[in-house]
Design a protein around this ligand. Structure first.
Ligand code: UDX
Length: 445
């Protein structure tokens, strides 16, 4: 099919590349000329495993193109996706200016019939607003074009985005027109494995589904972090509790890993936005507010442990930080817990030597040159001259380190394990003090 996608950010680019991979003809539109030029040469601006080869392959085969010119792109699309950003505005609500801007652009150039597909995570009721925005422009122009607006939220995980897009567990489509549903069924038919993955509903339910999914996952994490904090105080080990509860299929093993708090571009933004949506409809979503509050506290946990370890005397100390990205397999630093840790350490007068397999450039871009931050090329280099080690992101490369080497390098051999990656006994047997999240130890020392 002929597909147009507005926005070559994370969601737009992955969706465009995967739809081209399935044999569709895709044109991606972005306002950023440099980005479009780069993409045309196969330069993918984000780190996402598996994305670059499919962008290059499909661009070379002529099924995937990039442009800044909306007019021919709109003429091309039987389906026109809106996948532009919805950054939080001052009060945490999603800012709709880019989405509605694209809607007006579509209205300016649309001829014939097209299905407009909202892929961005947008407040409930956005399909109606997009419909009005397009229609207003069509009326101004006196154009006879026809269109439907559909909500088709994205459930991609960074680091697994290509896989998630090519093999979705469900495809949520909110639509009130049979004609539009038929087009989406045709587009997504190749993505159905074993059974029909498409769940069709009304637009508002589809819009809420996206927020509900992310809020549920965020809630599981904050819940486990709360149990971890209780475990620490009562002398229990949350890792055993996790296995004990995960065995119940109603609870499940996924997304119950305690840690340094959730980050990234989705959970923090979407939990806040859903809370604002509820408030806008006179409902006080108390649970969501607490999910956020528990997470904000959790992000300070390792700093507090390190500070306690040094009796509050952090001035002049150096902390080695392993892992900066908000999770492994990405270079994304948005809302990354490492940032809270480093900023708190700097405020207290400590320095950081950090290593991350991918996020070095991003970290450099955010913080620039500063004396109290050394970005290292290697995990062990980060230990040189450091007092203690904080593990913040659970990259595979940190899984089985040389503890003897860690002990030899650190001024005060102690590991603050923000992801409960290590066996406390193995660390202690190596002569290193171990502090995890909710492992009944940190407070007892
Ligand atoms: C998430 C959703 O999973 C995805 O469906 C949605 O479309 C976008 O938001 P993403 O932000 O890429 O994807 O990250 P995800 O892998 O879900 O992790 C989010 C955060 O939760 C990370 O900071 C991660 O470290 C943390 N996390 C996850 C935990 O602390 N514990 C867990 O058990 C799982």
């Amino acid at each position: 099919m002929k597909v147009t996608i507005f926005g070559t950010g994370y969601v737009g680019l992955v969706t465009g590349a995967c739809l081209a991979e399935m044999g569709n003809h895709v044109v991606c539109v972005d306002v950023d000329q440099a980005k479009v030029d780069g993409l045309r040469q196969g330069i993918v601006p984000i780190f996402e495993p598996g994305l670059e080869p499919i962008v290059k392959r499909n661009h070379a085969s002529g099924r995937l193109d990039f442009t800044t010119d909306p007019a021919p792109a709109i003429a091309h699309g039987e389906l026109i996706f809106i996948a532009v950003g919805t950054p939080p505005d001052e009060d945490g609500s999603a800012d709709m200016k880019y989405v509605l801007g694209v809607a007006r652009t579509i209205g300016e150039h649309l001829d014939g019939y097209a299905v407009i597909v909202n892929k961005s995570t947008v407040p409930v009721g956005t399909a109606d607003r997009v419909r009005r925005a397009v229609n207003d422009v069509l009326v101004e122009r006196g154009a006879a074009a026809d269109f439907d607006v559909v909500s088709n939220p994205e459930f991609l995980k960074e680091g697994d985005a290509v896989e998630d897009c090519l093999r979705p567990d469900r495809i949520v489509v909110g639509a009130s027109s049979d004609r539009a549903v038929a087009r989406l069924r045709k587009l997504y038919a190749p993505f159905n494995r074993n059974h029909d993955r498409m769940v069709v509903m009304d637009e508002r339910s589809a819009e809420l589904t996206k927020y509900a999914a992310n809020a549920m996952l965020a809630t599981k994490i904050s819940f486990m972090n709360e149990i971890a904090n209780i475990a620490e105080r009562v002398g229990a080990d949350v890792e055993l509790v996790r296995q004990g509860i995960g065995a119940d299929p109603r609870i499940g093993y996924h997304f119950i890993y305690p840690g340094v708090g959730y980050g990234g571009s989705c959970f923090p933004k979407d939990v806040q936005a859903l809370e604002r949506i509820a408030r806008g409809h006179d409902y006080d979503a108390r649970l969501l507010a607490m999910v956020e509050a528990v997470n904000a506290d959790q992000k300070t946990r390792i700093y507090e442990q390190i500070s306690r370890y040094f009796d509050g005397h952090l001035k002049g100390k150096t902390v080695a930080v392993w892992g900066l990205a908000f999770k492994p397999n990405t270079d994304d630093m948005r809302e990354a817990p490492s940032r809270k840790l480093m900023e708190a350490l700097w405020t207290a007068g400590a320095s950081v030597r950090a290593y991350d397999p991918e996020a070095r450039g991003e970290t450099q871009r955010i913080y620039g040159e500063r004396e109290d931050l050394v970005l290292c090329d290697d995990a062990y280099d980060a230990l040189k001259g450091a007092d203690v080690l904080a593990l913040v992101t659970e990259w595979k490369t940190f899984r089985s380190p040389d503890f003897a080497r860690i002990k030899a390098e650190l001024g005060h051999p102690a590991i603050f394990d923000g992801r409960n990656l290590y066996d406390p006994r193995a660390v202690e047997d190596a002569g290193i003090a171990y502090y995890g999240i909710g492992r009944g130890r940190s407070l007892q020392r």
